[in-house]
Ligand binder design. Sequence first.
Ligand SMILES: Nc1nc2c(c(=O)[nH]1)N[C@H]1C(S)=C(S)[C@@H](COP(=O)(O)O)O[C@H]1N2
Ligand SMILES: [Mo]
Length: 204
Amino acid sequence: MNLTEDVIISPDTRRAQRLPPGQARTGKWPVLDASGPPRIDLDRWKLRIGGLAATPREWNWEEFQRLPRIRVFSDFHCVTRWSRLDNLWEGVSTRELLDRAGGPLPQARYVLVHAYDGGWTTNLPLEDFLAEDALVALSHDGQPLTLEHGGPARLLVPRLYAWKSAKWIAAIELLERDQAGFWEKNGYHMRGDPWNEERYGFGW
Ligand SMILES: Nc1nc2c(c(=O)[nH]1)N[C@H]1C(S)=C(S)[C@@H](COP(=O)(O)O)O[C@H]1N2
Ligand SMILES: [Mo]
């Protein structure tokens, strides 16, 4: 892989020990989700950004294709203890998207991400969502994202466990108070930092 200068290198890939505690490396890329891929029609696909954004807005597929893209080199850590290192993602940075929605209102602190698979959601702090290596990815290792891995577009937040990286992303909702998503309601951690093993939240 030729890592040219226009690739954002995820800070965690520069650690001497790249595997977070309790993780094992896999060369494969397992598919993991709650209920399988939804049916997505590109003619009707939309990504919305709203809630506590200054000027909520949405893009259809054609409009989304015209947004500037970044490339990110990062690792991917699943809470079920596998890690896939050395991924090259391409897509639109989360900062770019929020800029185009006028930026966050002052009281915005958290994000609830909505996906196309039956209202699946996940929550994360706005600060993590806006990390320099966070993006809505359209391709992986030079290939368009497959449906099973979240295509046509998925969120990718390398610094958190992979369940925060919503596949089939549909909407980004900025909130003042943290609101538990699908797995978080079922006991997973509200933040999910793999380096602190934030696997489970309250009551575990
Ligand atoms: N929309 C949606 N996104 C999701 C999930 C899901 O069920 N629905 N599962 C999450 C979980 S638990 C993991 S580990 C990763 C797995 O991504 P992968 O299947 O591409 O490896 O997707 C995350 N994103
Ligand atoms: Mo997961």
